[in-house]
Ligand binder design. Structure first.
Ligand SMILES: [Mg+2]
Length: 387
């Protein structure tokens, strides 16, 4: 089989979002989504929806990323065997192709392989489970501390078995105004940590992620001690991730597991170095930082060291990798981001179903149809094309 075409289609869609700068819902916000397609001489195709740099697959590639795919990358891939995923994956890393762009290609090739073999991607890799426990993951800045406590109870009522706080950053909860992130809002953050714990009871699983906004080791330790007192489950990405030594010291200092790196570049290679240095107690990856191939490799490295690998963000491709990774290594699916008044479960008009409907036990089922599992509504995409 040979690749005969690679193309990106951009289209307009709408979904509920949260304005984190002003702490307001953005109902039916307009979103640029893309679908990337790889075609072959045997008529089998592969698709990937999304490609935005932070890994959320409901947002598409930028215009310049799409141009790179339609131009340089297409020229490289024409005539290649679409089943040579490993060869192409290594080639893209060495050629220094942007991580999200290389990932879109890898994810498309996995979808294509699944369709060619009539199997969902996790079964192709080797199935480990059919469903994954989910946690409710909040937007940052959903409001003052009490808003988080009320929201956590609402999520419990909806069936979530765990709740992750993205606290206050780039927004001041006292004034309700956007800020450049300095100083940190530690007082409100600690109140949030306490009020949410008080609301949900002593044993409910809570995680905490200030997204790298604590600028010193002292700040990170100060908040971490409170998380330990309040029995939180993990402490994610508290400081900027390019200062690795501060993570080595933080992990030594605290007993709560540190989950990082999330946004550091370098995919599996960076994660392997962090594990060796003892920077963080758990590791983190998603399928836009090296594709399905890179995400699965990261889980294997983590497993070999007895370290957990918790996937960043949800979506079709992440769910497939989770389906091939045991719960001992990767426990939770990140569902969200959620905020009061934001309907995260509204169907996307370009897909027959969402990938991550929560079941009565608080789990999400790994899509079971061939490839990544999409049921694509082409009429909507064709009717809403943008450049
Ligand atoms: Mg995070």
């Amino acid at each position: 089989m040979k690749i005969t075409d690679v193309s990106v289609k951009a289209f307009r869609t709408r979904a509920d979002r949260w304005d984190t700068g002003h702490a307001l819902p953005l109902p039916k916000a307009e979103i640029r989504q893309t679908i990337t397609t790889i075609e072959t001489d045997e008529g089998i195709t592969g698709h990937y929806l999304g490609g935005a740099f932070h890994g959320i697959d409901t947002e598409g590639l930028t215009i310049s990323d799409a141009e790179m795919l339609n131009g340089r990358i297409r020229a490289l891939l024409l005539g290649q065997d679409p089943f040579d995923r490993e060869l192409i994956w290594k080639w893209m890393w060495v050629a220094n192709i942007q991580e999200n762009v290389a990932s879109v290609i890898d994810n498309c090739l996995w979808d294509l392989a699944g369709r060619a073999h009539n199997a969902p991607v996790h079964k192709l890799m080797g199935g480990a489970r059919d469903r994954v426990k989910a946690y409710a993951s909040t937007y940052p800045n959903i409001g003052k501390p009490q808003v988080y406590a009320d929201h956590a109870l609402q999520c419990i009522a909806e069936g979530y078995r765990a709740y992750k706080i993205h606290p206050h950053y780039f927004w001041n909860p006292e004034t309700g105004q956007p800020t450049p992130g300095r100083p940190s809002n530690i007082k409100a953050d600690i109140e949030t940590i306490r009020l949410v714990r008080e609301a949900v009871g002593p044993d409910y699983v809570l995680m905490y992620d200030p997204w790298g906004t604590y600028m010193s080791l002292e700040e990170a330790i100060f908040v971490g001690r409170e998380l330990e007192r309040q029995n939180y489950y993990w402490y994610e990405h508290p400081m900027p991730e390019y200062r690795v030594e501060s993570y080595v010291r933080l992990s030594r200092e605290l007993t709560i597991p540190i989950l990082s790196p999330e946004i550091a570049a370098g995919g599996v290679f960076t994660r392997a170095e962090w594990i060796l240095r003892g920077a963080g107690d758990m590791t983190r990856i998603d399928t836009i930082r090296g594709g399905v191939t890179g995400a699965r490799k990261t889980a294997v490295v983590a497993e070999a060291f007895g370290v957990r690998c918790e996937y960043h963000v949800g979506g079709w491709a992440n769910l497939q990798v989770m389906g091939a990774t045991s719960e001992d290594t990767s426990e939770f699916y990140e569902k969200g981001l959620l905020a009061p008044g934001v309907d995260f479960d509204a169907p996307h008009p370009y897909l027959g179903a969402i990938c991550d409907k929560l079941d009565a036990e608080g789990y999400v089922t790994v899509p079971q149809t061939p490839g990544l599992g999409y049921d694509i509504i082409w009429d909507y995409i064709d009717d809403n094309r943008i450049p």
